[in-house]
Design a protein around this ligand. Structure first.
Ligand code: UTP
Length: 275
């Protein structure tokens, strides 16, 4: 059972400028049925449904709109009640109940030194050996089945098995946008490559991971790369090189919705109503 998730939302979001100059990318709206919700609320609700009760958000300057959104406001509910907006009240109070029955932690990443660095910040706040990491700009179009992902990590002969979600992408052009995972016949990952110029696998990484505390030992030692970032993909390759198992979990036909760039956000808006 996994009950802790780290959700990094501290990135600069440069591909979505100028929107992201003052607004967090994770607050971009998506459709859910006839409602409009911030991307991060959809992720939070999916993870809550999957049993996560401790949410560690990695935030940065200019992301306070996220904390405000995740702060229950009963005065606002009273105003809605006076106006007879019962559907909205039901929707919001359901969201508030989920927040109030969870632990939400807000940790600051003062410099945007990459996903690896963002993750390292959560190190002392995670008590469990195994935890989930979910990017703040990607949503799946079906409720996330952590249990299925965990089943493949629970090999009694192997300790410290990590797991990465992947999805087959046949369009080579699209693959270059994502990280890719080279996978053997037992669905074990042998190498991951960030945005490859010549993709060597058609499995794109979907940024949802089950990791163990071992990742922190590696991240602590990783130097910054040429762009001053601590690369998470490099840490995964080190995990594999040190002999640990990293399993791939194929999400199959479930679609990934990505709000990280204008063209993927355009697609995201057309598909998100299927969530
Ligand atoms: P991205 O790789 O999309 O980076 O981050 P970004 O900064 O958000 O966007 P671009 O590339 O400049 O357009 C993937 C996830 O990791 C978080 C982001 O907020 C996003 O949820 N992240 C990234 C951090 O929390 N900190 C970082 O330093 C980098």
């Amino acid at each position: 059972m996994i009950t802790t998730a780290v959700i990094p939302v501290a990135g600069l979001g440069t591909r979505m400028l100028p929107y992201t100059k003052e607004q967090p990318k994770a607050m971009l709206p998506l459709f859910v049925g006839n409602l409009v919700k911030p991307t991060l609320q959809i992720i939070f609700e999916q993870l809550y449904k999957a049993g996560i009760r401790k949410f560690i958000f990695i935030v940065s300057r200019g992301k306070r709109a996220i904390e405000d959104h995740f702060t229950p406001d009963y005065t606002f509910l009273d105003s809605l009640r006076k106006r007879g907006k019962n559907q909205s009240i039901g929707e919001l109070s359901g969201f508030y109940k989920k927040i109030e029955s969870s632990t939400l932690l807000w940790l600051n990443q003062s410099l945007p030194l990459g996903l690896g660095h963002a993750l390292l910040i959560s190190r002392t706040s995670i008590q469990d050996h195994r935890f989930l990491v979910h990017a703040g700009d990607t949503v799946l179009t079906a409720p996330f089945e952590i249990n299925k992902m965990l089943e493949i990590c629970n090999n009694p002969n192997l300790k410290d098995v990590s797991c990465i979600c992947v999805r087959r992408v046949s369009d080579k052009h699209l693959l270059k946008r994502y990280g890719i995972a080279e996978i053997n016949s037992h669905f074990l990952i042998s190498r991951v490559v960030e945005k490859p110029t010549h993709p060597t696998s058609d499995f794109a990484i979907v940024p949802i991971y089950v990791l163990t505390q071992r990742i922190f030992e590696i991240l602590k030692r990783l130097p910054q790369d040429d762009s001053s970032e601590i690369q998470f993909t490099q840490a995964i390759n080190h995990l594999i090189e040190s002999g640990l198992t990293v399993q791939a979990y194929d999400i199959g036909e479930i679609r990934r919705i990505d709000v990280g760039s204008p063209d993927t956000y355009h697609d995201a808006l057309s598909y998100s109503f299927k969530i």
